[in-house]
Design a protein around this ligand. Structure first.
Ligand SMILES: [Zn+2]
Length: 275
């Protein structure tokens, strides 16, 4: 699933291609993804002028005219591309928007866990999918002091706590594993035991891992490409994610990266370095 760096990469790539353009035609090839599309969505998109693109957690918000926003979530397997319009719809191209310069935006989602919704400008923070999101990890308001308060008393493993979008928005399995490795904290440690000092370390690790991933152009997994169709490459820099049995970078443990399953999902870590 795309996480904050991949979504941010898509947002930046898309913004370059579609911001300031007008939608000439909106073509919906089905009536729902994870949830039904709002009934008037197609009509709201037809003829709309595309403004700025922003991001909240793993959601992209696209300004439409003066009063609306298109809310987009890529789900498990969603991709959005913006390119020349001559190609016919590919399998799983569920929504296609033709712009006034001939660009066609395609929302492709084989597993259909993605989301497209319409939000009135100014009501973003009240939208059910956005209202309970925690702070953006790369903005003010997210630091060790905040994290220590949110984790205090939480009797879940720190891995699970960081995946909770109400605590911090935008992290998923990959970047939680990477941040915990960088902060030298065990994914099995109880969130309640983190305390202020470790929380400072963890907040700094989260910020640096995400910042580097965004700079690298986002990661690419099998279901994800950047908006311009190019693959990202940050996976080559992952220290532990997907590297079971491999050496731990910068670690003399001699054990290598271990994989365990927590809440049904793989966790990759070093059992010696991460405590
Ligand atoms: Zn190690």
């Amino acid at each position: 699933m795309p996480e904050l760096p991949e979504v941010e990469t898509v947002r930046r790539g898309l913004a370059l291609k579609i911001s300031g353009r007008r939608i000439l035609r909106a073509e919906f090839r089905r009536s729902d993804l994870r949830r039904p599309f709002p009934p008037a969505l197609s009509a709201r998109l037809d003829g709309a002028l595309i403004g700025a693109l922003s991001r909240r957690g793993k959601y992209i918000l696209i300004e439409l005219d003066a009063d609306g926003l298109l809310l987009l979530h890529l789900g498990m397997s969603g991709r959005v591309t913006a390119g020349g319009g001559a190609l016919p719809a590919a399998p799983h191209d569920h929504v296609m928007l033709t712009l006034d310069d001939g660009t066609v935006i395609r929302f492709n989602d084989p597993r259909r866990f993605g989301t497209l919704d319409y939000v009135k400008r100014g009501e973003e923070d009240r939208h059910p999918l956005l209202a309970r999101l925690g702070p953006e990890p790369l903005e003010r308001g997210f630091d060790g002091a905040y994290l220590a308060i949110k984790l205090a008393g939480k009797l879940t493993p720190i891995k699970a706590a960081l995946l909770d979008q109400r605590i911090v928005a935008g992290l998923g399995n990959i970047y939680v594993c990477e941040a915990l490795f960088r902060a030298q904290l065990s994914p099995r440690r109880l969130a309640a035991s983190i305390g202020r000092g470790r929380a400072e370390r963890l907040a700094a690790a989260i910020r640096s891992v995400l910042t580097e991933a965004i700079a690298a152009g986002g990661s690419s997994l099998r279901d994800y490409v950047q908006a311009d169709g190019e693959l990202g490459y940050f996976q080559h820099h992952w220290a532990v994610y997907g590297r079971e049995g491999g050496p731990c970078p910068g670690c003399d443990c001699g054990v290598g990266v271990r994989r365990i399953v927590q809440s049904g999902r793989s966790t990759f870590f070093c059992s010696k370095r991460q405590r």
